[in-house]
Design a protein around this ligand. Structure first.
Ligand SMILES: Cc1ncc(COP(=O)(O)O)c(C=O)c1O
Length: 394
């Protein structure tokens, strides 16, 4: 076989591919593992969405290549109405929106649409690995915007050296945040928009968890801020919104040039998502209420956070996302502690350094545990961790 490309050699194996391998190995040995690893909704897609797909799939118009410029128009129209209703911002479905095959695909290709060798990309650390890996493969220079607990896991704009900012093409942010569970304020977005205006940077706001919220919390968006559309592209996904991770449907919204640029690249790569799935996505956005799933996550969050706090592990209760980002006890590394929990409690969580060097010292636990009906597996996870008699005192 020929050698693989050098650019692929420059990146490690995909984090979750590695975790899936370890999990499969342990399960093959008969271990009973509670999997708080990958964040993938364990609840099925709501039935009326599946029924809508059956109807859409009977429409022969969905069976051919979708030759529209930006994606299946009924989907984009529905997404524009949803955005207006949810966030109060009007979007033109023809020029300010783009269908993408999951936000992972859109985020990855955005990098290839913008980044040349040597261009700077501002990437959150810790952060969803896709921003960094594609920027590295494209030959970009990474500026690590560290997300620190004392700053609410928001990047500090004043800390970004002007040299990096002047050379930056993209600035990735993600709120509600994976992996920290942090949320952004409208003020943060306002300042980030100004920063990107000053330095001529495209602000990329990944809102994959925008609707996975608790206690009545509603996330602000970058596009709500004055000048937002001048400098921002936002990604919204139906994956976590409606338990549709396998369906691969999301959309980008925002600056028309950025939308056209990403669209031009994608025209040369894919032929869009199956239109019946896109059409069903539009139906879901306008007709589906998935709050029962979020209530279940909320219950699990409370059981896990209360239970772990009761045994001395200081855990913050996130307002959004299905992630608990927890400091590991003194004396452990992220990987060492995750391994300790896996070996001794048979509880799988993700070492924080898998999301970047600044994730060292943390582990991430996901609330999307498969097989759980009403929080009982969270109780069991707490029981097992408690039985390990770990010293959580700082
Ligand atoms: C922060 C973040 N962005 C984007 C995605 C990709 O989601 P999808 O491609 O399913 O829309 C994920 C998936 O876990 C994520 O955590």
């Amino acid at each position: 076989m020929p050698a693989r490309s050098k650019r692929l050699d420059n990146i490690p194996p995909y984090l979750f591919a590695e975790m899936s391998r370890i999990k499969a190995e342990m399960r093959a040995k008969g271990e009973d593992i509670i999997d708080l690893g990958i964040g993938d909704p364990d609840q099925p897609t709501p039935t009326h969405i599946i029924e809508a797909l059956c109807k859409e799939a009977h429409n022969p118009a969905t069976h051919t290549y979708d030759e529209s410029p930006r994606g299946w128009r009924p989907y984009l129209d529905a997404a524009a109405r949803w955005y207006q209703k949810t966030y109060g911002v009007a979007l033109d479905a023809g020029t300010e929106m783009l269908e993408v095959i999951g936000s992972k695909e859109g985020l990855a290709h955005l990098v290839w649409a913008y980044v040349d060798e040597g261009d700077c990309v501002i990437v959150p650390n810790p952060g969803y690995p896709v921003y960094r890996m594609h920027s590295v493969m494209a030959g970009g220079r990474i500026y690590d915007a560290e997300l620190k607990r004392e700053n609410g896991f928001l990047p500090v704009l004043e800390d970004i050296p002007s040299e990096a900012a002047k050379n930056a093409k993209l600035f990735f942010v993600c709120y509600p945040n994976n992996p920290t569970g942090a949320v952004a304020t409208a003020d943060f977005y306002r300042d980030a928009v100004r920063f990107c205006q000053d330095y001529d940077i495209l602000l990329v706001n990944d809102m994959a968890y925008g609707t996975v919220t608790y206690d009545g919390y509603v996330s602000p968006t970058a596009l709500q801020q004055e000048g937002g559309k001048d400098v921002c592209i936002e990604f919204h996904s139906l994956s976590k919104m409606f338990n549709m991770t396998g369906w691969r449907i999301a959309f980008a919204a925002g600056n028309p040039d950025a939308i056209a640029t990403l669209g031009k690249l994608k025209d040369n790569i894919d032929s869009k998502q199956f239109a019946a799935i896109a059409g069903t996505g539009g139906f879901a956005l306008e007709n589906c209420d998935n709050s029962a799933t979020f209530k279940l996550y909320e219950k699990r969050r409370d059981i896990l956070c209360d239970g772990l706090n009761d045994i001395g592990w200081r855990i913050n209760r996130p307002k959004a996302t299905f992630y608990i980002w927890a400091k590991v006890p003194r004396g452990y590394t992220s990987a060492g502690f995750a391994s300790h929990l896996l070996q001794n409690a048979k509880v799988l969580c993700i070492p924080g350094n898998g999301y970047g060097s600044a994730g060292e010292g943390y582990v991430r636990m996901s609330l999307t545990v498969k097989g759980d009906r009403d929080g009982e597996m969270m109780c069991e996870a707490v029981r097992r961790i408690a039985a390990c008699s770990i010293d959580f005192s700082a």
